[in-house]
Design a protein around this ligand. Sequence first.
Ligand SMILES: [Mn+2]
Length: 295
Amino acid sequence: MVFTHIRAPYAFMGYQCPMEESRVAVLPVPYDGTTSFMAGTRYGPHAIITASRQVEFYDRELDLDVAEKLGIHTLAEMEPDMGSAEQTIRRVEEMADGVIKKGKFPILFGGEHSVSVGVVSALAKRHGELSVLQIDAHADLRDEYEGTRFNHACAMRRIRDHVKIASQVGIRSVCREEVDYIQKAKLGEYIHWGADFDAEKIVSQLTDAVYVSIDLDGFDPSDCPGVGTPEPGGVKWAQALELLRSVAREKKIVGFDIVELLPIPGSVQSEFFAAKLAYKLLGYSFYAGKAGKSV
Ligand SMILES: [Mn+2]
C-alpha cells in the first residue's frame, strides 16, 4: 500500500517503531510545577518532538540512519501530578522502570529538571556504579527550595541521593548554600565552571555506566535561547558534541534526558537544537566507535 498525504506521527524523529522492535524508548514528561522564573517548560516535549520531524535520519558523522537502525518508540506523554513534584518523579520512575525492564534505552524529554531524578533512580537500581554527567548553568544542589526538596533547583542534590559520582559542566550560577555544600561534600573537582572545561578530565571522573542529563540552559543562550533562565556564557554546540562523543567512546551511556526547553513563540531555533542534540547523542550512545571528528 502506498501512503500519501499523511503526516508524520507524534513521535520522536517522526517515526514510530513498535515497542517490541525498538531498542530506544522516548518518555515525554510535560511538567513544570516548580519552575522558578519563566513557566512553560511543560510545552518542551511537544516542541522537541515536533521539531525532530525535520531532523535528517542520516547522520553524516556516523554514516548511519540511526533511527532506522535502532528503532525508536515514543510513549504517550506522561500525565504529571501538577500538585506534587515528588509524585511526578515517582510516576517518571515507574515509567522508566517499565521500559528499562524491557531492555530499552530511555530518553527523557522534560519538562523541568526535577523529572530527571525519576529516570536516574530507576537506572541506579540496575547499574551499581552509575554516574551522571550534567550539562547545566545551575548546580541544582540546594537541599530544599520554595518548600520542597523536589524543586528543579534541587535536581542534582536529589540525583546525588542515588549516585556517588556526578560531573557537572557549564555551571555559572550558584547560591551561597550550594558553594558551602560543594566545599563540605568535597565536590569541587566535579564542578566544571562555565564553558572552560577539560573533556578528558570529565571523562576520567565518570564510572563505566553513565547517564547524561542536559539542562538546555547549560548552553550559550545564543545557541539555545529557549530556556526559562538564560544565563550568559555557557557551552557551545561543537564543544558539547566533542565532550559527549568522548564520553560515549570511553564509557557506556545508558540513558539521557534533555530538559528545561521553554519554546519561544515564533522561533524554532531552540527546539530544533534540542531535537538534533538528542539525535546526535543517541547516535553516539550506540555507535561512538564510528564517530569522526567533524559534525
Ligand atoms: Mn539549569
